[in-house]
Design a protein around this ligand. Sequence first.
Ligand code: ATP
Length: 311
Amino acid sequence: MIRREEPRTVRVRAPGKINVFLSVGALQDDGYHDVAIAYQAVALYEDVRVSESDDFTISVSGSVELGRVPLDDTNIAIKAARLLAFHTGYAGGVQIEIDKHVPVTGGMGGGSADAAATLLACDALWGTDLPRDEMLDLARQLGADVPFAFTGGTAIGTGRGDELSPALAQGTFQWVLALADFGLSTQTVYGELDRHRERHASEMSPANPAPSVDADVLQALRAGDPRMLAAAMHNDLQAPALHLEPSLANVIETGERNGALAGIISGSGPTVAFLAADLDTALELQVALSAARFNVVRATGPVHGARLIPD
Ligand code: ATP
């Protein structure tokens, strides 16, 4: 009889994301905000390889600046592995190797992708075989963007951003991403938004307690129409991110002058995502922004969520 050996190493690939729409509700008593997000997973991937081990260890390599990635128990990938082990009663550890291509602290959910990939990879490595719903519950406990890294594609996130419903979408969108050589902490950007709303309370209408994604965005995604999406994209965190890092306004302007349909800060920034009408325009924009000495990469979306890949 031929016995199939349990795999001793598992690889999973998970995508980064762009928030094509992000509306932030009023500050709540617990310090959180409800949000309404339209997520699109894009073809910038984190590759996570896990191997059997007695301890929990991590190493990180990749094409992006890695200085801000912690290599201890605070790394969200280790948190994900420990959470799954605790939840399932698995007694061993795991060696995690991350090959990173999503900019760190860039507003593109790289850490969330690592967490989703690690959950899926450890589940396969350890043979714990959790149902999808339970995996999504664990993902939610790790961070608001982790469930989306798991599911990928195009989705609407409400609540903290982690109550997901799939959005109808067709076609492929062409993005050019301008990466910054600094990071912006999500918490700092939300803090700046709260201060801005407080300062201007008398001139602004109060923040919506139950934000929702604009119908125009849903229609543009459904139609696969980049021009319609460019006109409908919006991010409530853009103004506070620009206030904290005024140099980003020049990045947006340069992209829009060089053929982008629109530029938007992704999530809490500082990555600026430019939507192009088609591949040719995206390639021209990539060349123009590179010539202007910006660090740019091109990516298409939507793409699949966290997925096992053959070793
Ligand atoms: P989001 O868009 O989900 O708010 P982000 O893309 O702005 O997140 P990440 O790169 O996911 O930011 O990481 C945010 C912070 O989390 C970093 O400051 C880093 O110190 C910490 N961190 C923990 N684990 C990781 C990881 N595996 N990769 C990157 N950062 C990590």
